[in-house]
Design a protein. Structure first.
Length: 138
């Protein structure tokens, strides 16, 4: 991996990740579980894009699993557990917001405290991984 690292770009995206994570915690507290799950997905996505963009990568798309593949291609080791967290969050990208993601009902009916707790943990693990990876690779 080359030594190019745009700290300002990293900070811009990573700070948005932390802000979005905090917003998700507020939605969780108010029991807006579907929106909290979506925001936890977004927080993870922003964190992954922070490091990719800092290294000059395009970081296109919304799949955390695919963004982790890009990190692996750069030589950053990604664990099986981290990929599982990414899969959990990827499932919250569309289903949390669009009624036609289900045969009937609305997204808010399909998310509960258990779903939001899983999303929170997954998002937290992705964010921690990015913070640690940045410190190791810069």
């Amino acid at each position: 991996m080359d030594n190019f690292f745009d700290k300002d770009e990293f900070d811009r995206w990573f700070n948005e990740s932390l802000y979005t994570f905090e917003s998700a915690l507020h939605d969780k507290e108010l029991k807006f579980y579907n929106w909290a799950c979506f925001k936890f997905q977004q927080a993870g996505e922003y964190a992954l894009k922070a490091i990719l963009k800092a290294f000059g990568k395009s970081a296109l798309g919304h799949s955390l699993l695919k963004l982790l593949d890009e990190l692996e291609a750069m030589g950053i080791s990604v664990s099986y557990d981290l990929k599982s967290y990414a899969r959990t969050l990827d499932m919250n990208y569309i289903s949390t917001r669009y009624p036609d993601a289900y045969p009937e009902g609305s997204p808010h009916e399909f998310f509960d405290e258990s779903s939001v707790n899983m999303a929170e943990e997954a998002s937290r693990k992705i964010i921690e991984f990015i913070k640690t990876s940045k410190d190791k690779n810069v």
